[in-house]
Design a protein around this ligand. Structure first.
Ligand code: UDP
Length: 240
């Protein structure tokens, strides 16, 4: 499925936390620009890129349940709207680099972005537009990791690239064990059973059932997005 060693259609997951960096604001514009710059250089050479963006920098539903009488579904609705704010920001950053970009939301916000329509998303990709999927799956009780796995399956992405704040999957907790090793490869089974992964179980299972390989890699190292998208070895590969 790879041409010249590069993936042809990828789903890139960018967590909300990644957009915030170490700054005091919810979004670090410099960091967002550097993500957009790397994505643009790949889009310009013809790799089809879809992005799922999280919302944890603004609001993570589960953390708010109980406060002020919030139930989980309401909290998650706020969380999903947070992802839309990130998507609009990322879209503007990509357009700054001349990349045509569409945002599609899982629930309607028609004045701001297109609704998610699978065939239309695929058409955008074929035309060289970057598509940003916002509002997760559109359902409470899910995460944007699971939304990433779902959308990857729907658009026939060859790989799910998860950009995070760690180098990949470790053999044990690196915070507790200074000698922890970052693994090159781990099976879906081990990633799920041993709970080594930085991805939730629902998302891993969905990828396994649909044979979508997952690459977990560090977003904070410049050039890593480019490497991951162009099929170079980076971080940890999760597959069969
Ligand atoms: N969310 C949701 N359904 C989804 C995806 C996300 O309800 O399909 C909500 C949930 O409250 C979550 C928040 O949106 O906490 C932000 O997403 P997430 O925590 O996955 O973002 P990330 O950790 O990637 O920044």
């Amino acid at each position: 499925t790879k041409k010249n060693g590069s993936w042809q259609r990828v789903l890139l997951k960018v967590s909300g936390g990644a957009l915030a960096g170490d700054g005091t604001q919810n979004i670090d514009p410099k960091l967002t620009m550097s993500i957009a710059r790397e994505v643009s250089s790949i889009a310009h050479i013809g790799v089809e890129v879809a992005i799922i963006v999280g919302g944890g920098n603004f609001f993570r539903g589960a953390n708010w349940v109980g406060s002020g009488g919030l139930d989980r579904a309401s909290a998650d609705h706020i969380g999903m709207m947070a992802t839309i704010m990130n998507a609009i920001f990322l879209q503007a950053s990509l357009e700054h680099f001349g990349v045509p970009t569409r945002v599609q939301t899982a629930f309607r916000m028609a004045e701001v972005a297109e609704p998610y329509i699978r065939r239309r998303a695929i058409r955008h990709l074929e035309k060289g537009r970057v598509v940003i999927f916002a509002a997760g799956t559109g359902n409470p009780f899910f995460t944007t990791d699971t939304a990433a796995a779902l959308r990857a399956a729907e658009i026939n992405a060859e790989v799910l690239l998860k950009a995070t704040n760690v180098d990949g999957v470790y053999d044990c907790d690196p915070k507790k064990n200074p000698g922890a090793n970052c693994l090159d490869h781990v099976s879906y089974h081990d990633a799920a059973v041993k709970d080594l992964s930085v991805m939730d179980l629902t998302a891993i299972t969905l990828c396994q059932e649909n044979s979508i390989p997952v690459v977990i890699f560090n977003l904070n190292k410049p050039g890593n997005i480019l490497k991951a998208i162009s099929g170079e070895r980076v971080g940890t590969l999760i597959d069969h």
